[in-house]
Design a protein around this ligand. Structure first.
Ligand SMILES: [Zn+2]
Length: 58
């Protein structure tokens, strides 16, 4: 099992009462608002990977 994309807060109500759903991989249920949602990886952004550390001075 690999549950790597675990949300910390419900994207709808902001509650932390999240539990894995039986709907399948990446699906979660919110115990506070009774919503079920799914996290999915869309792909890498076209702008690419930033070079160097964010606070690195050039
Ligand atoms: Zn919720």
């Amino acid at each position: 099992m690999s549950e790597r994309a675990a949300p910390f807060y419900c994207p709808y109500c902001g509650d932390e009462d999240l539990r894995p759903s039986e709907q399948g991989h990446g699906a979660w249920e919110c115990g506070a608002c009774n919503r079920a949602f799914r996290l999915s990886f869309l792909g890498l952004l076209a702008r690419g990977v930033a070079k160097g550390a964010p606070n690195e001075r050039t």
